[in-house]
Design a protein around this ligand. Structure first.
Ligand SMILES: Cc1cc2nc3c(=O)[nH]c(=O)nc-3n(C[C@H](O)[C@H](O)[C@H](O)COP(=O)(O)O)c2cc1C
Length: 466
């Protein structure tokens, strides 16, 4: 068998091998052995089975945004595990650095399991510092969040220290930095901390919290509680919104979705074929755009969309009640297929089939018109009220008439004739009807319809009012 000496390889290859070896913590010779073994095993292995098509690409620009979360050594570190979830459900890629003190409160394992990424703790880690990894970490992010920001981290930042991974990255980054301070009220009130705070603000660092209230230490109250994970996630939204990334940050959006079920008796009901896919996609897209979303959903079999407040209802009257309770909002989108009628003489007990007796008559009465009720709301009409018109004929004419009749601002009309496959399907073809005219949108997935609608809403909410 031919012998091979690493020294005889060309310089570029040797350099690549050194980098690989440093990254995996092996000697160069061991790295070569590992590569050869893997290559030999691969040539022995059966041909790979064709993989399923990859899932859809991340939906929006925000899905590609990276947040580096630095967790400091305070009791509130446990809340940062929830913050990871809140950021991930908004579509951010999250990486974590834990300070040495933070590892006394939470484990890198927990943070890694939640981020799905390697967790960094050590400035002098040969596996990541062979190519000056701390500078890479500082650069490969769109935002750095420090939560909890301890008094110690604030002091180090204000004075430009860089004696561990967290502070070195904070000094090296050009990304925006958001701090969520958390400490004992006396530590927060201390002049040194307040000096550091003033310096950090002057340096362009953004703060969220601390809040006033009960502290983790028994009997302690005051200002020093870390902002809640949802508040920190909201601050992240606003920072990206300021950079044009979260166009609906700070806006309250209400979405209704799915069918309603109108009882005939305790076990039977009248329903329709709405799946809720379009309404749920809109709620998801609004949340990804940074909105504070309330989704009021009739009975559906879809997973709960992340990052929204979900209220589950059954009937049209439940949906109206929940909708009114959710006001005030800035934008209301009525995508639910609300039953026009309900059974006035619904049985309190199961209606029994009795031999020889006539079939019971169902007496139908009109349900409340939720879209019209909210569009005509006297003191809490949202700035933008959007309805859907599910039509099976004369789509445009019916949608125009509905716009005028209901008093809403926009109607999204779709043809739900069975041959279109829209009701319950994954795609939709929309005609947007406004006071300015009718705009035909191309056939596209319901997710894309949702994103297009959210972009239109964001533009409308930004435009100066006529
Ligand atoms: C039980 C315990 C709780 C602590 N909680 C906090 C805290 O909430 N905020 C804070 O600034 N320091 C807190 N400290 C002190 C920090 O852990 C200490 O200053 C540490 O050096 C901070 O390191 P870091 O800033 O590198 O994470 C706590 C210490 C202990 C032992």
């Amino acid at each position: 068998m031919a012998s091979l000496t690493v020294r005889q390889l060309d310089e570029t290859l040797k350099q690549q091998l050194r980098l690989r070896a440093a990254r995996s913590g092996r000697s160069v010779e061991d790295e070569v052995r590992t590569i050869l073994k893997a290559a030999a095993e691969e040539s022995e292995a059966p041909a790979p089975v064709a993989k399923a098509a990859p899932g859809p690409a991340p939906a929006t620009k925000v899905a590609n945004k990276r947040v580096l979360l630095i967790i400091g050594g305070g009791i509130a570190a446990y809340k940062s595990l929830d913050l990871i979830r809140r950021l991930k459900e908004r579509g951010f890629a999250v990486r974590c650095i834990l300070t040495a003190a933070a590892t006394q409160f939470i484990t890198p394992l927990a943070a890694g399991a939640l981020t799905g990424e390697r967790v960094f703790t050590d400035l002098f880690d040969p596996a990541s510092e062979f190519d000056v990894g701390h500078i890479r970490l500082a650069r490969d992010t769109d935002l750095v969040v420090v939560a909890p920001a301890t008094a110690d981290l604030m002091a180090k930042m204000a004075n430009g220290h860089a004696n561990d991974l967290a502070t070195a990255v904070l000094l090296a980054t050009t990304a925006k930095v958001l701090l969520a301070p958390a400490m004992n009220p006396q530590m927060w009130a201390n002049q040194a901390t307040q000096r550091n705070l003033a310096q950090l603000k002057a340096d362009g660092v953004t703060m969220t919290g601390p809040n006033a209230g009960e502290m983790a230490e028994s009997g302690e109250r005051g200002t020093g509680r870390m902002a809640e994970p949802m508040e920190i996630a909201g601050a992240v939204d606003r920072l990206f919104a300021a950079q044009g990334e979260r166009p609906l940050a700070g806006q309250r959006v209400l979405v209704t979705s799915g069918p309603t079920h109108e009882p005939i008796d305790p076990v039977r009901y009248i329903a329709n074929r709405s799946s809720g896919k379009q309404g749920h996609a809109i709620a998801t897209a609004a949340a990804q755009a940074g909105a504070d979303v309330t989704l009021i959903s009739g009975p559906v079999t879809l997973p709960d969309p992340p990052g929204v407040k979900l209220i589950k209802v059954e009937s049209a009257r439940d949906m109206l009640r929940a909708t009114e309770q959710a006001l005030p909002v800035d934008v209301a989108i009525f995508a639910a297929a609300v039953a026009d009628w309900r059974v006035a003489n619904a049985g309190e007990q199961k209606i029994k089939k009795k031999a020889g007796e006539s079939i019971p008559d169902l007496l139908l009465v009109e349900n409340p018109d939720i879209l019209s009720a909210i569009a005509h709301h006297i003191d809490q009409r949202p700035a933008l009220v959007i309805g859907f018109a599910a039509e099976t004929e004369n789509v445009e004419a019916n949608a125009k008439a509905k716009l005028a009749r209901k008093g809403c601002d926009w109607i999204l009309a779709n043809d739900v004739s069975p041959q279109t496959g829209i009701m319950g399907g994954d795609s939709n073809t929309i005609k947007l009807v406004t006071a300015d005219g009718i705009e035909a949108w191309p056939p596209q997935s319901k997710d894309d319809v949702a994103r297009m609608l959210i972009a239109r809403i964001a533009a409308a909410m930004k435009a100066p009012k006529a």
